[in-house]
Design a protein around this ligand. Structure first.
Ligand SMILES: [Fe+2]
Length: 406
């Protein structure tokens, strides 16, 4: 047992939430049009993997095309999502990357430096391959990157840079990067910034997002470029080959809690949470991918983005379809703990799940009995959704959005 903030836990950390997620994509610019222009993510920084000094073997980038990726945010976290150039990232991996593995990372927030770096040591002792440790920039979050089953890179971090009222990220000359664990205790970020400013560095020099569209929509009283606002990211839904091994990793290595398992046409699917959300990650047998008609080049069933409310969810579907995006629907049973949802396809065919309500799990750990949920069965497209909903007991509960919507 390990002492985590004075509490005995079976591992030296506790995952608090899904922090961010990333895809490796075929064309970053096209993806930015989709994720920023249509979904409303903002760019907090870009990154050139081939810039001098960033990667020790820059010769791998010969012939891969663009080496530039982007960090995106929906709120004040420096990044809640990332898109990186697939060919460059595959070249950096140093090995064969399976054609359907376009996941850049599945990333979990811990709450202290001790948790991250004691966690790193504990994971290393168990033999996990950890390709990166330290503090990445942009983002300045302290982290360890244990590779999970089936080549899925997971990250555990703390201390994500926060973007404030100026909407500007930390400038590069104020980065304090680490490629190995720091000596603890480390000085606080406040002191780092103070020291840099005393050296004459200008904290207002950082990147600021440029809007791609007019702020044309009245969204619950504020003008936004899209008729909805993303207020939270996740869940991540993964297709897996070896369910027992993957479930064991997320439950027993990362310490997530199994909320619910369902049987879908003879296939067992599992929903796990970090906090009070019904699930932040869900695992599905790979055989379901073909049955559902989903992209054979993605083992991500979907990446979820929670919108602020039901009206916005309905407006989002209309808006995305009017912009020519493909919106699909999947059997509601696959999204236990979420009721109305639609999936919009990104330029690589990744399904992005749009929804607005997630069931919350309380002290006794029990999900709501099925018969007390909003009853939605099978594939229910938006034209069959009700105009308005009667509230459930945990309507609008869960992680609140902090700060202005944009
Ligand atoms: Fe990350």
């Amino acid at each position: 047992m390990f002492d985590v903030g004075g509490v005995s836990l079976p591992r030296p950390f506790k995952v608090r939430r899904l922090g961010h997620f990333g895809f490796n994509v075929s064309d970053v610019d096209k993806s930015l049009d989709f994720y920023c222009g249509l979904l409303g993510f903002m760019i907090s920084d870009d990154i050139d993997f081939a810039e001098p000094g960033r990667y020790p073997n820059p010769e791998v980038f010969e012939g891969v095309g663009s080496t530039i990726g982007a960090f995106l945010r929906h709120g004040t976290d420096h990044h809640s999502f990332a898109i990186f150039p697939r060919k460059a990232l595959d070249a950096m991996s140093g090995g064969e990357v399976e054609a359907d593995n376009s996941i850049n990372q599945v990333t979990w927030q811990l709450n202290s430096m001790d948790e991250v770096f004691r966690g790193n040591q504990w994971l290393a002792e168990q033999g996990y391959f950890i390709p990166r440790i330290g503090r990445d920039t942009p983002g300045s979050n302290w982290h360890t990157y244990p590779v999970g089953p089936e080549g899925v890179l997971n990250e555990l971090y703390c201390g994500m840079e926060q973007i404030g009222w100026q909407g500007k990220s930390k400038p590069a000359d104020m980065y304090h990067s680490f490629t190995s664990p720091p000596e603890l205790p480390h000085i606080p970020e406040y002191q780092e910034v103070q020291g840099d400013e005393e050296k004459g560095r200008d904290s207002s020099e950082g990147y600021r997002h440029r809007e791609r569209r007019e702020t044309a929509f009245d969204v619950d009283g504020i003008l936004l470029p899209q008729p909805f606002k993303i207020v939270r990211v996740g869940p991540v839904r993964l297709f897996v080959h070896n369910m027992a091994e993957t479930l064991d990793y997320y439950q027993n290595t990362l310490g997530l809690t199994l909320t619910e398992s369902i049987d879908f046409e003879g296939h067992s699917c599992h929903f796990l949470r970090a906090n009070t959300e019904h699930h932040s990650i869900a695992l599905y047998p790979i055989e379901l991918r073909e049955r559902l008609g989903l992209n054979p080049l993605s083992r991500t069933l979907s990446f979820g983005v929670q919108l602020a409310n039901y009206r916005q969810l309905r407006d989002a579907v209309d808006f995305l379809e009017s912009e020519g995006a493909t919106v699909i629907y999947l059997p509601a049973e696959l999204s236990a703990g979420i009721d109305y949802s639609a999936f919009v396809l990104d330029p690589d065919g990744h399904a992005i799940e749009l929804y607005c309500y997630m069931e919350q799990i309380g002290w006794n750990g029990e999900p709501r009995p099925q018969e007390q949920r909003r009853l939605i069965s099978g594939v229910v497209p938006k034209n069959q959704w009700p105009q308005t909903l009667e509230p459930v007991s945990d309507e609008f509960h869960g992680e609140p959005f902090l700060g202005p919507w944009r």
